[in-house]
Design a protein around this ligand. Structure first.
Ligand code: NAP
Length: 255
């Protein structure tokens, strides 16, 4: 890194930006000097509070913006806010995601409505965001960057429900398709966390969390900040990387 603010002058949009991982990603990008748009669906107030709390380094300007990823038509509005405020989008982080715990063997409990919601949010949503933001990503000062927040569940097929695992595998596949299709103007990368110690995960059964940590070669869960560092690295240290899936999982699939 050649400067203390490697993302000075760059702009980023993080969907699900007020969530557990999203907030850490917004902060890491802002601390690197980027102007950050905190995308929200239901959490407008939290997104506004986060945007107001981010460090404004090197003239950065942060804002909160509605980015309801399942409402494709409304994403033109998200893009026009980004366009009016910044004129381009250097980094799009697709972090919005949804799930609910359904044991994999209980097929009747995973109804069509939940299946469709998971796929619409976790797969169609990131696609719709890229489609809406493409002119602004192409206007980026260096190749535009899309980071899709995937999950270890894409490879292990262990996760909150069958549809969630399938959605993240589809997302990683889409990362490769879009990386090929959008090169050379836009790079597309997946960052694939294992279980991360967000507030939501901290609220789960401690014995179950401890078991997940024990089954991880590095013997702990990820910190949200470590996932954020991987996103930052895609923007700062991996300029020749596209179409790749970057694991941040402590080696969990090895066990
Ligand atoms: N935490 C983990 O251990 C872990 C591990 C691997 C992968 N991940 C992935 O990391 C991402 C973030 O997870 P998290 O743990 O930070 O979860 P979280 O705290 O529950 O945040 C989820 C975010 O997604 C947003 N969202 C949900 N539906 C949306 C929609 N239709 N339109 C726009 N935004 C929507 C929410 O926004 P609003 O609140 O504004 O509605 C929220 O900010 C997800 O893609 C998840 O699959 C998490």
């Amino acid at each position: 890194m050649t400067t203390a603010l490697p993302l000075a002058g760059r702009t980023a949009l993080v969907t699900g930006g007020a969530g557990g991982l999203g907030a850490a990603i917004c902060r890491a990008l802002a601390e690197a000097g980027a102007s950050v748009a905190v995308g929200y669906n239901r959490s407008a107030e939290a997104a506004q509070a986060l945007a107001a709390s981010l460090p404004r380094l090197g003239g950065a300007r942060h804002l909160a913006v509605a980015a309801p990823v399942t409402d494709s038509a409304s994403l033109a509005g998200t893009a026009s806010v980004m366009g009016a405020e910044y004129g381009r989008c250097d980094i799009l982080v697709n972090c919005a995601g949804t799930t609910r715990f359904v044991p994999h063997a209980e097929l009747d409990a995973l109804d069509d409505a939940l299946f469709d919601e998971v796929l619409a949010t976790n797969v169609r949503g990131p696609f719709a965001m890229v489609r809406a933001m493409l002119p602004l990503l192409r206007a980026a000062s260096v190749p535009g960057l899309v980071v899709n927040i995937s999950s270890i569940a894409a490879v292990t097929a262990m996760g909150s429900n069958v549809a969630y695992c399938a959605s993240k595998a589809a997302l990683d596949n889409m990362t490769r398709s879009l990386a090929r299709a959008l090169a050379p103007q836009v790079r597309v990368v997946s960052v694939s966390p294992g279980l991360a110690d967000t507030e939501f995960v901290k609220s789960m059964d401690p014995d179950w969390r401890d078991l997940q940590a024990e089954r991880t070669p590095l013997r702990r869960l990820a910190n949200p900040e470590e996932v954020a560092l991987a996103v930052l690295a895609c923007a700062t240290h991996l300029p020749f990387t596209t179409g790749a899936v970057l694991p941040v999982d402590g080696g969990r699939p090895l066990v």
